[in-house]
Design a protein around this ligand. Sequence first.
Ligand SMILES: Cc1ncc(C[n+]2csc(CCOP(=O)(O)OP(=O)(O)O)c2C)c(N)n1
Ligand SMILES: [Mg+2]
Length: 357
Amino acid sequence: MEPSTDVGVQLLTPDGYRREHPDFATDVGPEQLRRMYREMVLTRRVDAEGTALQRQGELGLWVPSLGQEAAQIGSAHAFTERDMVFPTYREHGVALHRGVTPGQLLTSLRGAWYGGWDPEKTRFGLYTIVLGAQTLHAVGYAMGIQRDGSSGEAVAAYFGDGASSQGDVSEAMNWAAVFGAPVVFCCQNNQWAISVPTSKQTRTPLFQRAAGFGFPGLRVDGNDVLAVLAVTRWAMERARAGEGPALIESFTYRMGAHTTSDDPTRYRSRAEVDAWAGRDPISRVRALLEREELADPEFFADVDAEADEVGAQTRAACFAMPLPAPQELFDHVYEDVPPTLRDQRNEFVAYTESFED
Ligand SMILES: Cc1ncc(C[n+]2csc(CCOP(=O)(O)OP(=O)(O)O)c2C)c(N)n1
Ligand SMILES: [Mg+2]
């Protein structure tokens, strides 16, 4: 049995036509629809700048979000300011929506600092490279909300199809289920975990795992911003109301490389990429806005102009970023630095000072 390729709940077809659904409505007003379109376009631009900056040697690495804009912006619009969000390393759209600046997004990838933003202020955790670890952090946070007796807030944890194979994710889901923690598991199934396809992660559709833990799971068309918003809103509302966790599998596609260190032409076909290009998350929203005359040509031109501006700001922020002294690598780990580490630090400082510039 191959994992199902059905895209799940869909409210907007790839051609930009609305679709009726028995459980979820497309009750998003024109203003919010335009905002989501704008944020998706800006996310794509920041992402393109990140890739370009890495290619120009300005970043050590970039992690492209190309193609996953609806899965990210749709879900981000379901969160309130009080909700706490735990990302992986690819949620640039969610980050920007939460108020992380493009420059802050680049910080750790330029090697300028360990994080880049204030998780408390933005209610958006730091990027986590250790696959699945943030799902446990999220459940712990959600259990904290319960123990504080706080109501009306919930937690979202993003993770990937590959991360679903981590023990941490299963443990997180079981803890969340047993304690009825207010947490929503947002799985972006982008079909690949570097070079490993989803068919090598699971023999059943990922959303069905939720049943085994004892909470609802749903698959949603991750390239349909309306459907992602509707389903995530439903899940967050039940979590905030004390009805426990839910799992959402956003069925999407990573259009770019895993990171700038990866060459996806080595392991996947042009035909597969082309097929997904026909389901582009941004063009279907644009088609809807145009057909229903919810936006005029001036709006689209303004968004494009703003994207150029944000692109320029992204580059400027990258170049303006102060870089720490290399020996800071040794700081921030121990309150009292052990002698061996202190010796290594001194040796390293002497070595770097042996160069003229
Ligand atoms: C615990 C752990 N094991 C392995 C890795 C190396 N690694 C980084 S990303 C990745 C693939 C993740 O795929 P997926 O969860 O589908 O997320 P995606 O990158 O597709 O968004 C792997 C194996 C890691 N970062 N952490
Ligand atoms: Mg993946």
